[in-house]
Design a protein around this ligand. Sequence first.
Ligand SMILES: *Cc1c(COP(=O)(O)O)cnc(C)c1O
Length: 368
Amino acid sequence: MAQKHMNQYPIPMVPGPTTVPQIILDAMNHDYPSPDLEKEFLELYNQTENLLQVLYETKNRVVIHTGEGMIALWGALKSTLLPGDRVLALASGVFGYGIAEMAASLGAEVKIYGIEYDQTFEDLDEIERLIKTFRPKMITAVHCETPSGTLNPLENIGLLKRQYEVPLFYVDAVASLGGTAVKTDEWGIDLCLGGSQKVLSAPPLAAFVAVSQTAWEIIKQVGYVGYDALLPFWDAQEKFYFPYTPNWHGVAAVHQAAKLILDEGLDEVFKRHEMVAEYCRKELQSMGLRLFPAENATPSPTVTAVYIPRKFNWEELDRRFRGMGLVVGGSYGPLAGKIFRLGHMGRQAKMELMEKALRVINEVVNHS
Ligand SMILES: *Cc1c(COP(=O)(O)O)cnc(C)c1O
């Protein structure tokens, strides 16, 4: 049987991995020769880095790892932290708390500033106090907390980082990059993490890190050399010597994905996400559903989280949605079984698709 398009759900709304359009599948569909030998690969890698720099709004180098988001999350921590280093972890969800645990597992002295999962970091007083008293080497934050559908504003945290000369600002932008502004340089982000399978709508084959000059200096001091290390990427392009066989298919997919976004225009793409997200929130509420993020929190333009209505459990709701061609995300950690999520990111941020999804949700929730 032809396996050209395996996605059997006509209404794919999972917040990652997202559905992959044919044009990106086509970019991967080649018998590529050895990327270690062919200059053509190096050119593609360099061009892809340049496109990602535009998405990241940065002049910093962007490392492209083989793998998916987690390799970037781990690699950036291991490459810059030594046991005893102080890390201030801003946590408002599964990934924020998870990054704190990851840093602690590396021996860092981690102070968690945690808030409820339905909140976002709007108030800076406590962050400022902690920076002043704890004097961290690194602040970690998550831009879009995918499991709770929230978006943490980062601009002012970046200002505090500058004001108090915190060396490193580490930001997980895996689920926001390409769907909403990620102003890496303006916000003072030193390690900005992205992945291929969320907004870029490519398969889970690549992860990226935009690395600042300060971060490179620290990376050289730390000297970490594992598989996920950033250090070898310092001069990998110049020497045309990558630390492992690069994934030509993955880089080709990311190149095509980034090009799709930039051909449409960054502002246009951001507007499209904002429009679909707003429509989604408004319609869900008018169906009588309750959004998960609190009134005073910032909802993400890439994913909407909503409480599961009392008359269903998650398995039953998921089964009914799938029966009508819709597949959505559940959630994780303390939110598992409590909320479901619509991933309107990348190629899934389309009004027609959202209308179809909402029709199914209304049918299941209010007419069954
Ligand atoms: C998806 C995601 C990641 C990376 O997870 P994967 O294992 O690559 O799927 C990291 N952070 C956030 C916020 C994410 O949404």
